[in-house]
Structure formats: C-alpha cells, structure tokens
Design a protein around this ligand. Structure first.
Ligand code: ADP
Length: 190
C-alpha cells in the first residue's frame, strides 16, 4: 500500500493536490474536514457538535476524527492506499493513526509537507471564502486563529514523522501542475 500524509497549514493546497494524487495513483482520499462537513450537511449529532468548533476555527476532539478515520479504514480494506488530508492534526492523532494502520499490517509511507508563507495562505483562504460558502474562510480573525492552531498544535506532527524519517518538505507555491510535479517526484522516489 501507498499511504501518504499530505500535510500543511490551512490553504496550502492539500485538497486541490489530493485530487491529482487520486487520479494518478488510485488512492482513496480521506479528508477529515470533508468528512466533518458531510456530517454537518446531514445534520447528524456529530455534525451539530462539530459545527460551532469548525466555524470558530478550533479543532474538533481527537476521538471524533480518529473514530471517523478508523471507520474509513475498516470499510476500505481492499484499497491501494490512502491520502490522509487534514489528519493527523495533533500528535495524539498521529500516534492513533500509526496504531490503526499497524492493526491492518500497514504503515505511513511518506509525509509530504506543503510549505506556503502565511501572507499567501491568508490571501488564498479569503479568496476561497468568496465562493466556498465555508464560514471559517470568510473572516480574517478566524483564519489567523486557524494559523495559530496550526502553529501551536499541528506543526509538531511534522517532527513526529521526521523522527521516523518520513517527512519531505515541498514548496507549495506555483501553479497546481507545478506543485503536483514536485509531489510526483517525491512519491516516485519513495
Ligand atoms: P483547512 O485545512 O483549510 O483548515 P479542513 O477542511 O482540513 O480545512 O478543516 C476544517 C476544520 O475542520 C478545522 O478547522 C477543524 O475545525 C476541523 N478538522 C478537520 N480535520 C481535523 C482534525 N484532524 N482534527 C481536529 N479538527 C479537524
């Protein structure tokens, strides 16, 4: 299996690049943000609880996202591999993911970290907010708050995979095909 963690701050291009990775490598895309937004749309109990946290740019509890990922791994046992997008976002989630994969005799192959400067991220997110309908993309303070959450709780995940020798940093600035080309080179060398 090819199991990739696509890492980076909000607005780095994880969702966009995941689409190209799915097309080229036939992996299953697991985005905890997308999964949570589907729960909100379905007005499930989980979605109702997650909505206020997400709208405020805060993380939903670890056990919620770990549970969702666990279900997806169970129901996709014959997958060629997975792209984890927006997960893991805390060290606890990273440890839980390793355990879940280990139960299936699997491991993370590589962590690709898309590097983009804050000013560019804020610009991209505000632009996305114009037509994405996402409340968390429409307010500069909420966006700044998400970048703070990333720096305070999520950036540490990069070190977690570095100690396993799995982190590769990639320049996330450029056109969509340019960035995908860098991803492809990193994956084809792994
Ligand atoms: P972005 O990367 O642009 O912030 P996402 O769609 O990945 O967008 O996440 C949107 C929101 O969903 C986050 O701000 C957070 O509230 C929640 N979320 C997504 N993934 C996780 C996760 N792994 N752990 C906790 N909360 C999460």
């Amino acid at each position: 299996m090819l199991n990739i963690v696509l890492f980076g701050p909000p607005g780095a291009g994880k969702g966009t690049q995941s689409q190209s990775i799915v097309e080229t490598y036939g992996l299953i895309h697991l985005s905890t943000g997308d999964l949570l937004r589907s729960e909100i749309k379905a007005e499930s109990e989980l979605g109702l609880k997650a909505k206020s946290l997400m709208d405020a740019g805060k993380l939903v509890p670890d056990e919620v996202v770990i549970g969702m990922i666990s279900n997806k791994l169970e129901t996709n046992q014959d997958a060629k591999g997975f792209i984890f997008d927006g997960f893991p976002r805390t060290k606890e989630q990273a440890i839980a993911l390793d355990k879940l994969l280990e139960n299936h005799g699997e491991t993370i192959t590589k962590m690709l970290s898309l590097e983009v400067a804050d000013e560019e991220l804020i610009k991209r997110l505000l632009e996305r907010g114009k037509d994405s309908g996402r409340p968390d993309d429409q307010n500069k303070e909420v966006i700044q708050g998400r970048l703070d959450v990333y720096n305070e709780q999520t950036a540490i995940v990069k070190e977690y995979y570095s100690t396993q020798g799995k982190t590769e940093e990639l320049n996330g600035i450029g056109t969509i095909p340019e960035v995908f080309d860098r991803i492809k080179k990193a994956l084809d060398n792994s």
